[in-house]
Design a binder for this molecule. Structure first.
Ligand code: GCU
Length: 668
């Protein structure tokens, strides 16, 4: 039977390697749990039974006992385990048994999924001894889902949440969503769009959110909601939403109580305020901390958290949008209550194919900063382009901020190890939708997977994550696994090359953000045009962000400035982010800028042809339905890559007035 991609990486098909299967089957005869069967333990045992039955082709019985020598997989709650935190697990051999031990039920759930993953990927269990604990506390998906079932920047169909059927009907998919997330350690989900409809806080929608929370809870997942800052006015009938107004504060206190009565483990609020037209505290002359602290106060009695987004910028044709978040937020460091944390996009602009890390990381030592990545491919080719995002996530997490000297990586800011944050969090804007395969492009499932794995442990490599994912979802055949791993890990650089090489950014079409539009120079807002960002003229191209330009570079530590401030030594991937460079300037590659730009656009587009050849070469190892689906999308990607290449090269040539280098010129 053809695979439609619904089962994600939790496929559990019979292991083809008979020898391996027999070895596992002879080790595993039953599953034993101790103590009370909580809903989370129920999830763990159910998953193990389901997974092992599929993989090993035999029914594994479930037993309950207080004596530990009865079974083969023993789920053991053990307070004496030396684990970094409550969600960690320890899997080890004890005689004939495999012990999955943790301090909490959630730890046991994560350990059970890890054990299944080891079997799915063919690891030997003979000497298993694995300890693992998440490095970041809140590992969240952010859904940009609207009350009418649409998804902002969603490319995989309508919302997973069937609002009109909820709360009465529970789509079975909600549970599968929770299983998939738990399997990669995601423990929080924000169910609605940051451009938040106040409607979610009504008695019409709260029971719907409550119903989702009830399904997610047994999988260790807590629900958060995005809130509209003007809700006291919109819903409460108040004349203001001023965060310092006592009536407004009371409204939030009452509303929060109402939410916790329905969802006792509710996580808290995510807020986009005074950004892109959304209401916020600045409407009343207050600042972001005033707004966040009002909500923090309402959430505090319930240990809830307010996550305040730093994605802000103002229209200013002569300013530099790059600097906006830092300028507004850095002065507020130290003013946020302890349960108010600030969510920062990975880069200073907006989820571009490549951005330098946001200068806020490392600049707010007193405020926990949440990393916000985008898993949905708003600027990375929607669901027609194969772009594996782990290298993008890693590049940012591994970047050194030098905030506390060398080694102050963004990951160590986010995980709190440098500034000793009380709360730590990482968020990914979800790429899921109602498409049968969840993510539109089948290969984009790898991005959801990679986000979760890195949120749990950012030290994992992109290659290792790809290897796991491929073995669980596509094939275990050794050569194809290698070929597809390379295909995935190179795909992001290819995409950068045929869209925005050398540090170009924001060249995409207006509104939809689809396709190239580098000539866009008029828009409702000056900083939404492409010409604002690339600044191509007769002399050269690029945005001067050094002292002679906007000086945005000054927002970074001196060591980081040193890396990027000199156009002679600035690494080429970041060059045009920080410098306006002459067309005929000789670069470290030996080519002049214009030739290098052409080289990148042409080799990037050509790489899509290579991706297709690689994909064709693994055909016999791949399920036919998935093979055809990905093949078709690669063809679409090729068309788009050529479109990007030609649009950008021909447009920029109007300024450079230089010929396209000979190797790329096509015969007439
Ligand atoms: C981008 C995106 C918007 C989104 C915004 C945000 O600008 O295009 O749709 O609302 O980011 O993150 O708030």
């Amino acid at each position: 039977k053809a695979d439609d991609g619904y089962r994600l990486w939790l496929k559990y098909d019979l292991l083809k390697d008979e020898q391996l299967r027999k070895t596992y089957a002879s080790t595993i005869s039953s599953i034993v749990y101790e103590g009370e069967k909580s809903p989370v333990i129920q999830s763990a045992t159910e998953e193990l039974q389901l997974g092992l039955k599929g993989l090993l082709g035999k029914e594994i019985s479930l037993k309950h006992t207080n004596t530990t020598n009865l079974g083969s997989i023993i789920l053991k709650k053990d307070n004496t385990e030396k684990l970094t935190n409550d969600e960690g697990y320890h899997i080890y051999r004890q005689g004939k048994n495999i012990i999955v031990s943790a301090k909490t039920d959630n730890g046991i759930l994560y350990g059970s999924f890890a054990l299944l993953r080891n079997i799915q990927t063919g690891q030997s269990l003979a000497k298993t001894d694995i300890t693992s604990s998440p490095k970041i506390q809140y590992r969240m998906l952010n859904h940009w889902d609207n009350p009418n079932g649409t998804i902002e920047r969603g490319y995989a169909g309508a919302s997973l949440w069937k609002w009109f059927e909820l709360p009465e009907r529970l789509d079975p998919r909600y549970k599968d969503y929770a299983r998939a997330n738990a399997s990669i350690g995601i423990n929080c989900t924000v169910v609605n769009n940051v451009n938040a409809s106040a409607r979610f806080l009504t008695t019409e929608y709260l029971p719907k959110v409550q119903a989702l929370a009830n399904v997610f809870r047994p999988y260790g997942i807590r629900v958060f909601m995005s809130v509209n800052f003007a809700a006291p006015k919109i819903l409460g009938g108040l004349s203001t939403s001023d965060p310092l107004d006592p009536k407004v504060r009371q409204w939030w206190i009452d509303k929060t109580k109402e939410i916790y009565a329905a969802i006792p483990d509710f996580g808290g609020f995510l807020v986009k305020a005074n950004s892109e037209g959304e209401p916020g505290p600045q409407d009343y002359g207050r600042n972001h901390a005033d707004g966040a602290n009002m909500l923090a106060e309402a959430l505090a009695p319930f240990q809830g958290t307010v996550i305040w987004r730093a994605f802000v910028y103002k229209a200013d044709a002569n300013g530099d949008r790059f600097k906006a978040a830092y300028e507004e937020f850095k002065p507020l460091d130290g003013q946020f209550k302890s349960n108010a944390i600030v969510q920062v996009k990975n880069g200073p602009i907006d989820f571009q194919p490549r951005e330098p890390f946001s200068p806020l990381f490392g600049a707010m030592p007193k405020t926990p900063l949440v990393m916000e990545f985008q898993i949905t491919q708003e600027y990375l080719g929607f669901s027609t382009n194969l772009v594996y995002l782990a290298p993008l996530f890693k590049e940012c997490l591994d970047a050194d901020t030098y905030a506390n000297g060398a080694g102050s990586t963004v990951s160590k800011i986010v995980d709190g190890s440098i500034n000793h944050y009380q709360k730590t969090a990482i968020a990914g804007v979800a790429n899921t939708g109602s498409d049968r395969n969840w993510t539109g492009h089948f290969m984009s499932q790898a991005n959801w997977y990679a986000f979760g794995r890195l949120a749990w442990d950012y030290t994992l490599s992109s290659e290792l994550i790809a290897d796991e994912w491929i073995k669980m979802t596509l094939t275990k055949d050794a050569v194809p696994v290698k070929i597809i791993t390379n295909l995935l890990t190179g795909s992001r650089e290819n995409y950068v090359n045929f869209t925005t090489p050398l540090g170009l950014h924001h060249l995409m079409g207006q509104g939809l953000h689809f396709g190239p539009h580098p000539w866009l120079e008029k828009s409702a807002r000056p900083d939404w045009t492409a010409t604002y960002y690339h600044r191509a003229d007769a002399n050269g191209i690029g945005f001067d962000r050094t002292k002679s330009g906007s000086n945005a570079l000054a927002q970074y530590s001196p060591e980081v400035q040193k890396q990027w401030e000199n156009p002679e030594t600035c690494p080429l991937p970041y060059l045009l982010w920080f410098h306006h460079v002459a067309w005929n300037k000789k670069l470290s590659s030996g080519r002049i800028l214009w030739d290098e730009l052409c080289y990148r656009y042409y080799s990037g587009a050509e790489s899509v042809q290579k991706m297709q050849n690689d994909w064709k070469s693994v055909k016999t190892s791949i399920d036919p339905e998935i093979f055809e689906d990905v093949s078709g999308r690669l063809l679409a990607q090729q068309r788009e890559a050529i479109w990007w290449r030609d649009a950008c090269v021909l447009y920029f040539q109007e300024f450079s007035k230089l010929p396209i280098p000979a190797p790329y010129q096509k015969p007439e």
